[in-house]
Design a protein around this ligand. Sequence first.
Ligand code: ZN
Length: 285
Amino acid sequence: MRQRAIPTPPPLPVVLAAGAHPDDIEFMMAGTLLRLKAAGCQVHYWNVLNGSMGTGRYGAREAARVRTGESRKAAALAGATFHPPLFDDLDGYYEKGRLARVASVVRRIQPNLVLLQAPHDYMEDHQNVVRLLVTALFTRGMKNMAPRPNYAPSMVDCALYHALPHGLCDALGKRVRPELYVDVSPFMAMKKEMLACHQSQASWLDASQGMRRYVETMAGFTREVGRMSKAFRHAEGWRKRSHLGFGPEAYDPLTRILGGAVKFDAIYAKEKKGGFPDFRDSSPS
Ligand SMILES: [Zn+2]
């Protein structure tokens, strides 16, 4: 009698968490990154900018050196592969040369699940870096786009998730509702430890943003998002970017991998109204 083959589960996605500055991943994404790592995913950690301006104490080169060291420590705590920053703070412009550099790193990693910052955030660096990363991912399979250094194109499925903006509000101060919540309660101790690696930021965040005790500020964000979820004590919120250009509409590895630790927001789902309409069968007019 022929035995039925046991279906092989789909492979675990390669995960990339990418932000503008050292400590951005720790504030809004690290709990989810730690969960994905615990689920067995290969995880990558990348700040595209080096933190050179986020200091009231060091010169730019020294600040970048100190802050890159702090990021490296945080990435090691998460068991993530660290990728060094490419540009100074305030120098991550959306232009062709920088795009070629960002695309090169993206093609080397070939991620399937990308955690990004919010597309509308309080700080222009965040938005510029999101745009560079989104286009680098969008062009991953384009042979006429030449990354620097060059890597061959490959069209792996890829799903992009945007974190909530810093402070949970957009640049105009309007509260942002996430599409889905990830329960990060069991990973809060490690998330705090990762953020605490950024020691140089303790006095700077207080001086520049009035953010006393920055680790507690971060925990305040996750507690508030947990309250919004009506399910979890500490949560991170995410919005899935349109699948167009990245993979099938149903490709949602974050929900597939994290299952019970994910809750969808009912109001957001209503607003999204079942996704993109299917135009394939419509007859020409
Ligand atoms: Zn930042």
